[in-house]
Write a protein that binds this ligand. Structure first.
Ligand code: ADP
Ligand code: YYY
Length: 226
């Protein structure tokens, strides 16, 4: 029996819209690989911070962008991320990294390096892959079989994020999210944007299970048409 052709799914959107949880669940359901591209930008930011790079200086960031070796494990049941062989899954989620990741990821040399890595991971995925981020449908994988753009109100996103971080203040979380969205949407190189051919899904009033059902249904339609 011939195996089904690999399917490439791009899921983009701002923070807290449900990209990671949806992408992992869809990939697990359909037997696909999973790539969290935000984790890669967080990993390179963690390396810059750890090595004393001045993240307010784009030329300093650009000069060392090629140094860290970033490796992503793409099993949706247990995704991993290492930098120079060190497991950084925990350290990349600190508030310090979160506050600095937009500045680091705006530097073109950083984006070129990480984009190349993302394309090679997607090309190696045997059954296909769900890739989540900010510029996957527009820049990294413009020929993806299916593009989804997730949205949700700032209030819903802040409530979800504060639910994850113990003792977090919802108002402060909302302000920080809005600030990061503005930085990510206004940068020159591949900003956060919906691709013209992406399906927009507003998750404000949907449960995670409903969003997953919706995306699985869309992937199955695309697969059947291939
Ligand atoms: N539709 C939804 N309804 C309620 N909570 C959700 C929904 N989607 C995701 N969440 C929760 O919101 C939080 C952020 O989701 P996550 O997938 O990390 O978003 P993103 O990757 O877009 O930042 C998680 O705690 C997740 O369980
Ligand atoms: N494809 C991507 C993915 C993330 N980034 C940058 C911009 C985001 O603010 C950071 C962190 O992304 P991440 O998806 O981890 O953010 P959240 O967990 O949703 O808050 O990385 C990017 O520039 N391009």
């Amino acid at each position: 029996m011939e195996s089904a052709p690999a399917v490439i799914v791009a899921i983009d959107g701002p923070s807290g819209t449900g990209k990671s949880s949806t992408s992992k669940a869809v990939a697990a359901r359909l037997g696909l690989s999973y790539l969290d591209t935000g984790a890669q930008y967080r990993a390179i930011t963690w390396w810059m911070v750890t090595n004393g790079v001045d993240v307010t200086d784009p030329s300093e960031i650009a000069a060392v962008a090629g140094k860290p070796d970033i490796v992503s494990g793409t099993d949706p049941a247990g995704p991993t991320i290492t930098v120079d062989g060190v497991d950084v899954a925990g350290p990349i989620r600190t508030q310090e990294v979160t506050a600095k990741v937009s500045a680091v990821s705006a530097v073109p040399e950083v984006r070129a390096r990480i984009t190349e890595l993302q394309r090679s991971i997607a090309a190696d995925a045997r059954t296909g892959i769900v890739v989540e981020g900010r510029d996957i449908g527009t820049t990294v994988l413009p020929d993806a079989d299916l593009k989804i753009f997730l949205t949700a109100s700032p209030e819903a996103r802040a409530a979800r994020r504060s639910g994850e971080l113990k003792n977090a203040d919802v108002d402060a979380t909302r302000e920080a999210l809005i600030k990061r969205d503005a930085a990510d949407s206004s940068r020159k190189t591949s900003p956060l944007a919906k691709a013209d051919d992406a399906v927009e899904v507003d998750t404000t009033d949907l449960t995670l299970a409903q969003v997953v059902e919706c995306v699985v249904g869309l992937v199955e339609e695309k697969r059947a048409a291939k």
